[in-house]
Design a protein around this ligand. Structure first.
Ligand code: PGA
Length: 263
């Protein structure tokens, strides 16, 4: 039986847009999608604002019944307690966050997050009913030394060992050298690693879980290259950074089925 994986286009705003800017942005995005007859059945859209914006964006999505999902950019591995500055998955769930990004390479680098912490955060997300978007990816040096897939596979294995096979999760393959560089992986490179990641899921969590799990590509995704990635069988969406901050560009990425000829 062929499983249909609804593509997910996820906008990772990183540390951009305060809560007032976020409201204006989400309103414009919703208008743009509506103008272009966006259908949530074909492509799912999620935005990942900074923590301080979440309540404002949640209220807007609920009040105007916008066809957008909400996610956070990180969470604590703990439920509550003496962890100054951290945010519990329970709080995110209360804000109707559906997703949470975990293990982004910027957190791995800026906050020295090791695979074990990424796994603990993933477990916390699942526990609180959030869908983790677990990021894995190799640096240019890793790729030159070991090839592209080795490090992402190792990072993924640690996470898969920590969670049960019936957990709902999304994987984002983000080569570190492609993030914010303007030099994306080629669609073939992305497909190759995403296929290996799917095999890794199959080995740990079974074929059925592997076939139903969405694997995104991230790293310099734009409206001009998204179609090429989305044509590949193992790429089920994109985690978009810079281009998710431009309404027209992000809206065009969401509408990739309309411009498949652009790549
Ligand atoms: P980019 O970022 O699209 O700006 O390369 C992607 C990401 O970091 O998730």
């Amino acid at each position: 039986m062929d499983v249909v994986r609804t593509p997910l286009i996820a906008g990772n705003w990183k540390m951009n847009l305060d809560h007032l800017q976020a409201i204006a942005f989400v309103q414009k995005l919703a208008w743009s999608l509506k103008d272009h007859d966006y259908s949530a059945d074909k492509v799912e859209v999620a935005v990942f604002p900074p923590f301080t914006d979440l309540r404002s964006v949640q209220t807007l999505i609920a009040a105007d019944k916008l066809p957008l999902h909400l996610g956070a950019q990180d969470l604590s591995p703990h439920d509550s307690g003496a962890h100054t500055g951290d945010i519990s998955g329970a709080f995110l769930a209360q804000l109707n966050c559906q997703y949470v990004i975990i293990g982004h390479s910027e957190r791995r680098a800026d906050h020295h997050e090791a695979d074990e912490l990424v796994a603990a955060k993933t477990l916390a997300a699942v526990k609180h009913g959030l869908i983790p978007v677990v990021c894995v990816g190799e640096t240019a040096e890793d790729r030159d030394t070991h090839g592209a897939a080795k490090i992402p596979v190792e990072q993924l294995r640690v996470v898969l060992e920590a969670i049960s096979q019936d957990s709902d999760y999304v994987i984002a393959y983000e080569p570190v050298w492609a993030i914010g560089s303007g030099t994306p992986a080629t669609a073939d490179e992305a497909e190759e690693v995403c296929a290996v990641l799917r095999d890794t899921i199959a080995n740990s969590h079974g074929q059925e879980r592997a076939e139903s799990t969405r694997i995104l590509y991230g790293g310099s995704v734009k409206s001009g290259n998204i179609a090429g990635f989305m044509k590949r069988p193992n790429v089920d969406g994109a985690l978009v950074g810079g281009a998710s901050l431009d309404v027209d560009e992000f809206s065009a990425i969401v509408r990739f089925p309309d411009h498949v000829t652009l790549d």
